[in-house]
Design a protein around this ligand. Structure first.
Ligand code: PGA
Length: 270
């Protein structure tokens, strides 16, 4: 059964795949498009900066959305090494990924930076895909909810009325991400998504219900259905398990019926 709500699903290629490899990967995904209900999806791929131009060329006639892994908040200026929103827009980028845990951990990104970047993305008509989540230490100290509240109140609240509509959130506990990451229990994920939703509603009133919350962190073909069946999980943000086109297409095909079943049961936040 169809539903009006598209499933948001995508991948961040991190610092993997050269431009040539990205083009091969995207061709593989395009080849498999006929097996995928693309009209029921918002499928997105976020490659390295150096892959954006060839990626745009190959995705020209495809509904697959292109994203960038980072972005600076100024339009131009003396900021060596940075990339601005107009530069990304020129390349057909529609999503700016902001505040991934690896950027927070290795490059010192703060919630204040996240806020400036998200505001700039939205001002330029990009979707700000803001990543948030607790670290292993936060979890051990039992301050997960405090951390998530802080990430929302400092990172997103100042966006005010600009936010809903142009903002997607990816909840990704840092301890569950990447090689060595421990997949989170679906019940744990459901509770965190519920909590994030409650803070979003407090901060943005009813509009807060419309902000999609994706889940990410060691999502794979085996566990994806368990995550997507949770209430308030509006999509999936996949790393390693999506980096082969065939495996990613299989994962999507497995998830779709579960997504439809969830919505036909009326499990939705709107
Ligand atoms: P992973 O990456 O699926 O490889 O854990 C997720 C992410 O970093 O978004």
């Amino acid at each position: 059964m169809k539903n009006d709500r598209p499933l948001l699903i995508g991948t961040n290629l991190k610092m993997y795949k050269t431009a040539a490899e990205t083009v091969r990967y995207l061709s593989g995904l395009i080849d498999r498009s006929s097996e995928l209900p693309l009209e029921e999806l918002r499928l997105f791929v976020i490659p390295s900066f150096t892959s954006l131009y060839p990626a745009r060329e190959i995705l020209r006639d495809s509904p697959i959305m292109l994203g960038a892994q980072n972005m600076f908040w100024e339009d131009e200026g003396q900021y060596t090494g940075e990339v601005s929103p107009p530069m990304l827009k020129e390349l057909g980028v529609r999503i700016a990924e902001i505040g991934h845990s690896e950027r927070r951990e290795h490059f010192g990104e703060t919630d204040r930076d996240v806020n400036r970047k998200a505001a700039a993305a939205i001002r330029h008509g990009l979707i700000a895909l803001v990543c948030m989540g607790e670290t292993k230490t936060d979890k051990e100290l039992d301050i997960v909810e405090e951390r998530l509240s802080e990430q929302i109140k400092v990172g997103l609240k100042p966006l005010g009325g600009q936010a809903p509509g142009s903002l997607w959130i990816a909840y990704e506990p840092a301890w569950a991400i990447g090689r060595g990451g421990i997949p989170a229990e679906p019940g744990y994920v459901a509770a965190r998504h519920r909590f994030i939703r409650s803070v979003l509603v407090r901060v943005f009133d009813e509009e807060g219900r419309k902000i999609p919350i994706l889940y990410g962190g060691s999502v794979n073909e085996e566990n994806a259905c368990a995550y997507i069946s949770q209430p308030e999980v509006d999509g999936l943000f996949v790393g390693r398990a999506a980096w082969q086109a065939e495996g990613f297409a299989r994962l999507i095909r497995r998830v779709m019926p579960v997504w439809h079943a969830k919505h036909s049961r009326g499990v939705s936040h709107d």
